[in-house]
Design a protein around this ligand. Structure first.
Ligand code: PLP
Length: 382
C-alpha cells in the first residue's frame, strides 16, 4: 500500500466527486447557454455548483467564475487589473508567490509596471507593515498569497487588505493552498479577488474558480462569447464545475475537522524531531496550514530522499527544481534566509483529510531508516 503525503501538489479526487463527474459528463451534455431542456439541465447543474462554491467562500454566487484552474484565476486577477488601467502602475507582491503569480508579475514588469517584492522573515511570513510600507502613490495592485505552498506559512492577508481598502488599491490573494484547511471568507479577508484550484481540495484537475468583488471593474483576459457574465469566455465545462461544487461542499465541512489533521501533523513533527537528529521544521515559529511540514534533514539531499522514499512506497516532494541536471534550492526557503545547503536538504510532507495515524507512523519509521542509510553512504556530508 502506498502512502501519499504530497497533497499540496495535488489531492486524490473524493469518490463523491468522481461519481458526480461521471454522471454529469454522461448525462448533462447540453450547452448551458441553450434554451432547450438539455441546455436548461446543464445550466441548473452549473448554477448549483456555483452556489456550493459561493457557500465555501462566503461569497455571492453571481460573483463566482469557473476557470481552468488556479493558474488561470491568478492570471485573471493580475491581467484584469493591468487591462483595466490605461497606464502602467506600481504593484506590490512578495518573493514567495507561486509561479502563477510571480511570472505574471514579471510579464507586467516587462510591459512597464514597477514592482516591489517584499521578502518574508526567518519564520516564512511577510510582515504586513513591510507590504503596506511598500505602497506608493501609483500602486494599483497588491497580491499576497494566504498560505505558502512549500512551508504552509500563513500570510497576514487580512491586515494588508484593510490597508488596501482604505487606499482604493486592488488586493488579490492566491488562496489555492488554503481551501478545506482553514476557514475562508471573502468578507472576513476583505480582499478584492481570489483564486482557487479544484485539484488541491479533492476535486478535478483543470478546474478552478475566480472570485472578484463586484464593481472592481477587472477586464477579462480571455475574450470570446458572453459566458460567465462576460467575465470568462468559452462554453462552461459543466461536469468539471459540478465536480468542483461537490468538492467545495466537502471542503467546507472538512475545515471543521482540520484540527485532527493538525494534531496528526504536530505529532509527526514531534516524533521526527525527537527520533531523528539533524532535522528541523521550516516556518515552525509562524502560524501554518495544519497539513504541511517543510523538513530539513542535515546531510541528505531532498531529491534523493524523495526518490528513496518513493522506492519504499511513500510520496513526498522536495521544493527543489532540477535545471540542466543540477538541483536548485527552493527559492521560498532561500528567501526565508535558509542556507542553500539546508534548502537543498529539504522535503515537503503534506497530509490530507484522508491521511491516517497508521500511515504517519509507517512514514516516520521509513524516513528514519532512509535517512540513516543515506547518511551511512556519505558520512562526510554530515
Ligand atoms: C499556491 C498555488 N497557487 C496556484 C497554483 C496553480 O494551480 P493550478 O495547478 O490549478 O493551475 C498552485 C499549484 O501548485 C499553488 O500551489
Amino acid at each position: 500500500m502506498r502512502i501519499y503525503l504530497d497533497n499540496n501538489a495535488t489531492t486524490r479526487m473524493d469518490p463523491d466527486v468522481v461519481e458526480k463527474l461521471a454522471s454529469t459528463a454522461g448525462e448533462l451534455y447540453g450547452n448551458p447557454s441553450s434554451v432547450h431542456l438539455e441546455g436548461r439541465l446543464a445550466r441548473r447543474a452549473l448554477e448549483e455548483a456555483r452556489d456550493e462554491v459561493a457557500e465555501l467562500l462566503d461569497a455571492e454566487s453571481k460573483d463566482i467564475v469557473f476557470t481552468s484552474g488556479g493558474t488561470e484565476s491568478n492570471n485573471a486577477a493580475l491581467r484584469g487589473v493591468f487591462l483595466r488601467e490605461s497606464e502602467c502602475f506600481h504593484l506590490v507582491t512578495t518573493t514567495i508567490e507561486h509561479p502563477s503569480i510571480a511570472n505574471v508579475v514579471k510579464s507586467l514588469e516587462s510591459a512597464g509596471c514597477r514592482v516591489t517584492r517584499v521578502a518574508p522573515g526567518r519564520n516564512g511570513a511577510v510582515a504586513a507593515d513591510d507590504v503596506i510600507a511598500a505602497i506608493e502613490l501609483d500602486t494599483k495592485l497588491v497580491t499576497v498569497m494566504v498560505a505558502n505552498n512549500e512551508t504552509g506559512v500563513l500570510q497576514p492577508v487580512r491586515e494588508i487588505a484593510r490597508a488596501c481598502r482604505d487606499r482604493g488599491i486592488h488586493m488579490h490573494s492566491d488562496v489555492v493552498q488554503a481551501v478545506g484547511k482553514i476557514p475562508l471568507s471573502v468578507r472576513d479577508l476583505g480582499i478584492d479577488s481570489l483564486a482557487i484550484s479544484g485539484h488541491k481540495f479533492h476535486g478535478p484537475k483543470g478546474a478552478g474558480v475566480f472570485w472578484a468583488r463586484p464593481g472592481v471593474g477587472l477586464e477579462p483576459f480571455i475574450l470570446g462569447g458572453t459566458q460567465e457574465r462576460r467575465r470568462r469566455a468559452g462554453t462552461e465545462p459543466v461536469f468539471l464545475a459540478a465536480a468542483i461544487g461537490v468538492a467545495a461542499r466537502l471542503a467546507a465541512s472538512a475545515v471543521d475537522r482540520a484540527g485532527e489533521i493538525g494534531a496528526l501533523r504536530d505529532a509527526m513533527e514531534r516524533r521526527i524531531l525527537a527520533e531523528i537528529d539533524g532535522t528541523r521544521v521550516n516556518g515552525w515559529q509562524a502560524d501554518r496550514l495544519p497539513n504541511t511540514t517543510s523538513l530539513t534533514v542535515d546531510g541528505c539531499e531532498g531529491e534523493s530522499m524523495v526518490i528513496a522514499l518513493d522506492l519504499e512506497g511513500i510520496a513526498v516532494s522536495s521544493g527543489s527544481a532540477c535545471h540542466s541536471g543540477r538541483v536548485e534550492a527552493s527559492s521560498v526557503l532561500l528567501q526565508m534566509g535558509v542556507s542553500e545547503e539546508a534548502a537543498r536538504s529539504t522535503i515537503r510532507i503534506s497530509l490530507s483529510r484522508e491521511t491516517t495515524e497508521d500511515e504517519i507512523g509507517g512514514f516516520v519509521s521509513v524516513l528514519g531508516r532512509v535517512i540513516a542509510r543515506m547518511r551511512a553512504k556519505s558520512p562526510v556530508a554530515r
